[in-house]
Write a protein of this length. Sequence first.
Length: 219
Amino acid sequence: MNHFRQRRFPGLKIAILFIATSVHMARADGLESLENFVRGVNTGRADFTQTVTAPAKSGQVARSKTSSGTFEFLRPNRFRFVYKKPFEQTIVADGQTLWLHDVDLNQVTARSQAQVLGSTPAALIAAAPDLKALQGEYSLQAAPEKDGMQWVLAMPKAKEGQLQSVRVGFRGNDLAVLEILDSFGQKSVLVFGPLDVSKPLRAADFQFKPPAGADVLRQ
């Protein structure tokens, strides 16, 4: 029986929640842009930088770790995060399975996408027709402008989850920043580059095949 080494995927929560939080990118006076995004933006890709900061311990300074990579998605239920620095990891949702590939460990974890996403907003948001459907999972409110961006604060209605709050920053109608605070006080901030929608993606682009020789753990 193989013994698998598990490494935390800092982007997994982001991968699971991305579609959910991406549709919260509007203030109360930006609902039309939100509707346009949900209904009109079906595919796209962008570069991102992610900074994860753990809560400071007594007498110590909070420490941060930074990673970067690319993100792409295809509604519904398909997305890919490719972390390139400081080490390579890939998270792929192909519509049926959520794949986690740690290149350094040569290890792949495969989970049923329905089981992983079923109790999260991502399952709802992938097929949500409008903002009203999202309000069943989140309490949404406009936050003050900051850094030239419009912000939305999203508070999950389910209290037993690991997510404490989400803040999403918009420049115009474009996603710019995503801030996630978890129940442990850890903060993840993703800064996105321009979203490229010029090259439509297909379902086949999100197929994943474990590399030869990789340990595969199915959960």
